[in-house]
Design a protein around this ligand. Structure first.
Ligand SMILES: NC(=O)C1=CN([C@@H]2O[C@H](COP(=O)(O)OP(=O)(O)OC[C@H]3O[C@@H](n4cnc5c(N)ncnc54)[C@H](O)[C@@H]3O)[C@@H](O)[C@H]2O)C=CC1
Ligand SMILES: O=C(O)C(=O)Cc1ccc(O)cc1
Length: 365
């Protein structure tokens, strides 16, 4: 894999995170970027993430090995026409959009299939903007690739290597299959979260008792309702057919629950909660997915000086060596958590038992 120059159109949460990951793992790579937000570009230059800040899709984008489209979906699609005149032979054009069918259709319409591999990192958060971007966002997350039929196989392999290099997990899917899957596991949950929040707002008492009494369950399943409205508006519009189909299936599911409640069907209600609990518990702790064995644990720590040192001391005094340690923030641990990597699985298991004994909350992978 030879990555000398990468271009970014849109340098927000996801574009910024991919650019930072490339900067971290391919430090000599030249990175050029255009974003309509000049502050994001200025910050990216100041932090050393990018080398060149562009005022549009101009000649700076020539000779890129990869160009990443990381703006909201409809802008990515609209920029393809301009990019067609700028990209150099051999350049791979990719995007990070949450929906893939519309960009594949536009690529086909413009006859650009030879250079396009759709992309979608299955990680993110409800936050937006370059300021919130970080290379770690992509770590251990699935990164879906949707190559066209005609893009050279060696280009797909090179892209796969790049994704692995930035510590994400490549997964090749057909773009339609991608849209059906993400419609179910990502787009529907966002719609449910937002509509539930709106239901509470619309039925709350004058003194906002519901809002103030809302407990963990409500907060857990509605965190994503704080996401970018423009992004989710576009996702719903671009994945309209699948989302509509999936909503029908979900409404049917809700109607079944309602019937069970109306009919006081004890057995059916128990079956529903039992089967959902079993399936939910079978989802790996690392929700990004693959059953890949990591020697890592995540541990809550008190936010005060000496918190990390206390843990390091407990481990060291029990002859457990740490390979890597640091605080991370991602979509699973939004408030921050201590990530500890060990050299082997035995060390991980001993550390987990030990830290629990000291009353730390430990999340095993
Ligand atoms: N937020 C998330 O959790 C995830 C988002 N995505 C996809 O990533 C893409 C970007 O989303 P985020 O990074 O989250 O949003 P963001 O709002 O953090 O970043 C978008 C960036 O694009 C720029 N932008 C907007 N319109 C533009 C235009 N016309 N020309 C140039 N730049 C423009 C904005 O200034 C901003 O810096 C979307 O297509 C979304 O579907 C993919 C995975 C996860
Ligand atoms: O924050 C979360 O839980 C998310 O679901 C993030 C997310 C949002 C959009 C995507 O296309 C992929 C991931």
């Amino acid at each position: 894999m030879n990555l000398q120059k990468a271009g970014f159109v849109g340098l927000g949460l996801i574009g910024g995170s991919v650019a930072k990951a490339i900067r971290q793992y391919v430090p000599d790579c030249q990175i050029v970027a255009f974003d309509k937000n000049k502050e994001a570009l200025a910050l990216a230059i100041q932090e050393g993430t990018i080398n060149t800040s562009c005022s549009g899709i101009d000649d700076n984008f020539q000779n890129c090995d990869y160009i990443f489209l990381c703006a909201p979906i409809s802008y990515n699609n609209a920029y393809l026409c301009q990019l067609k005149d700028v990209i150099t032979p051999g350049c791979i054009l990719t995007d990070v959009g949450s929906v893939k069918t519309s960009i594949h259709e536009e690529i086909a319409r413009l006859g650009m299939e030879d250079c396009f591999i759709g992309g979608h990192p299955m990680s993110g958060s409800e936050k937006t903007g370059f300021v919130n971007s970080k290379a770690l966002l992509l770590e251990n997350a699935y990164y879906v690739m949707t190559p066209t039929e005609s893009v050279p196989k060696e280009k797909v392999e090179e892209y796969r290597e790049l994704i692995t290099l930035i510590h994400a997990i490549p997964l090749i899917l057909d773009y339609k299959q991608h849209d059906f899957i993400t419609g179910t596991i990502s787009h529907l949950p966002h719609i449910i979260a937002s509509s539930l929040v709106n239901l509470v707002r619309d039925t709350d008492t004058k003194d906002e008792l519901m809002k103030n009494m809302a407990a963990g369950g409500f907060k857990d399943i509605t965190r994503i309702a704080s996401s970018s409205p423009v992004m989710w508006q576009q996702i719903c519009l671009k994945n309209k057919t699948y989302i509509s189909e999936i909503l029908d299936a979900y409404i049917h599911e809700l109607q079944n629950v309602k019937s069970s409640i109306d009919e006081s069907d004890e057995r059916e209600l128990y079956r529903m909660f039992q089967s959902s609990r079993d399936y939910r518990n079978s989802i790996p702790g690392n929700s990004s997915g693959p059953i890949k064995k990591f020697n890592d644990i995540y541990c809550d720590i008190v936010d005060e000086a000496g918190g990390i040192a206390a843990i390091a001391t407990i481990l060291a005094s029990n002859n457990i060596s740490i390979k890597n340690i640091g605080i991370i923030h991602n979509r699973e641990f939004e408030d921050g958590v201590l990530h500890i990597e060990f050299y082997d699985h035995d060390a991980l298991e001993r550390a987990s038992v030990l830290l629990k004994k000291y009353h730390y909350t430990v999340y095993d992978q």
